[in-house]
Design a protein around this ligand. Structure first.
Ligand code: GN1
Ligand code: MG
Length: 366
């Protein structure tokens, strides 16, 4: 606590610190809420995971540029700049982060109060709002032209993931490969199909866009009316594709079970939730997306869910080096739950494509 206090005081905070407590369930960073006395704002303090993010200064530059851009848009529309976009609070030395004596990186942003964050979406109405929010976020960044650094190399690049995967399976660092024949086969049997999608990105058929890249529902703040107020966790904002944000959101909003459900009977793709999210997203994006993006929108959910199967299983094979885990086989449980979700998407893929087509027609004729 004393140490956290010292770290927080390195930042340009208003008001005196009253308490610092852990917040949320992030798999990567350590997050704390800093409460201050009186009317002064509260803050979010994060220790950025430097094993995951090799260039924290570059990442913080990205976040500052992107939030600056959105802030100008919100201002132009007379919105509330303190609530509708994340505000990065610099350190007293002028940097966007503070590096402590152990070489750990810390960053602070303004805490936005009176908001709701969800771990799961329970109603189609909430999924619609989430889709609308991410669609709007992408629209706000559509004219963003500044260079951004690649915070995690090849983040949604399945070709890059396969090179990591091949090395992990070969190294078998935790001696677990012998028990994973079925799961490894599930990854291998879909390799070519996934590379086929990636090729469309590599050839520019699916265009590059500045996107969030981690759009699971818990990374979105809703207001009390259920509208998306602000998109948070901007660590992975990069030049990427619009489809990855859509696919990752479907992976989380439209799963009828939990990401790490032990009861696979609960896990499936909910078509009403898929439709509602797609409806909200396309209400903001249908006019701007290219035909190739629309044609591949439904598949992006399969692609990102597959990537997540691979990433969880790879971390299990590596001996749990990347994601925080709560029990020893957590990454394997996550793998199986995401694989079940992927299978359910595969079964319903024709219906997903039909739904996208119908919704696009609705918004293009309006
Ligand atoms: C991680 O940091 P968090 O918990 O929002 C991960 C995402 C995964 C997600 C799985 C930088 O997100 O890519 O999809 O876990 N973030 C990073 O829930 O690897
Ligand atoms: Mg994240």
């Amino acid at each position: 606590m004393q140490k956290l206090n010292e770290i927080a005081s390195q930042f340009a905070l208003d008001g005196s610190i009253e308490s610092i407590k852990p917040l949320g369930e992030g798999f990567i960073n350590d997050t704390f809420i800093v409460r201050t006395a009186g009317d002064a704002p509260d803050y979010i303090l994060q220790r950025k995971n430097k094993n995951v993010f090799p260039d924290v200064p570059g990442m913080m530059q990205n976040i500052a540029k992107v939030t600056g851009h959105i802030r100008r848009r919100v201002e132009a529309e007379a919105g509330d700049v303190l609530r509708e976009v994340l505000t990065v609070v610099p350190a007293k030395n002028g940097e966007l982060y503070y590096e402590d004596e152990d070489g750990e990186y810390w960053a602070v942003s303004l805490f936005i109060d009176g908001t709701i964050a969800y771990d799961r979406a329970d109603t189609p109405a909430l999924a619609f709002k989430g889709g609308e929010g991410i669609g709007k976020f992408q629209a706000q960044l559509a004219d963003f032209r500044e260079p951004l650094s690649e915070t995690i190399k090849g983040f949604h690049d399945i070709r890059h993931r396969f090179s990591q995967w091949d090395a992990s399976v070969k190294a078998d660092a935790a001696g677990r490969v012998k028990d994973l024949a079925e799961e490894i086969c599930a990854v291998e049997s879909r390799r070519e199909r996934m590379l086929g999608f990636k090729k469309l990105v590599e050839e520019g058929v699916i265009p590059p866009r500045v996107t969030h890249n981690d759009t699971k529902i818990s990374n979105i703040l809703f207001d009390k009316e259920g509208n998306v107020l602000c998109v948070i966790d901007l660590d992975t904002v990069m030049l990427s594709t619009s489809l990855y944000d859509f696919g990752d959101a479907i992976r989380s909003y439209a799963n009828s079970g939990d990401e790490d459900d032990r009861d696979l009977g609960r896990v499936s793709l909910s078509m009403p939730m898929f439709e509602a999210y797609a409806d909200g997203f396309l209400s903001q994006r249908a006019e701007q997306l290219t035909q190739s993006e629309i044609d591949n929108l439904a598949f992006s959910a399969l692609y990102i869910t597959y990537e997540q199967v691979l990433r969880f299983l790879m971390d299990y094979i590596d001996g749990d080096k990347y994601y925080k885990i709560k029990y020893p086989e957590h990454n394997l449980v996550r793998t199986c739950a995401q694989l079940r979700l992927l299978e359910s998407m595969e079964e319903q893929y024709p219906a997903m494509c039909e739904t996208v087509k119908r919704l696009v027609e609705k918004y293009k004729t309006v």
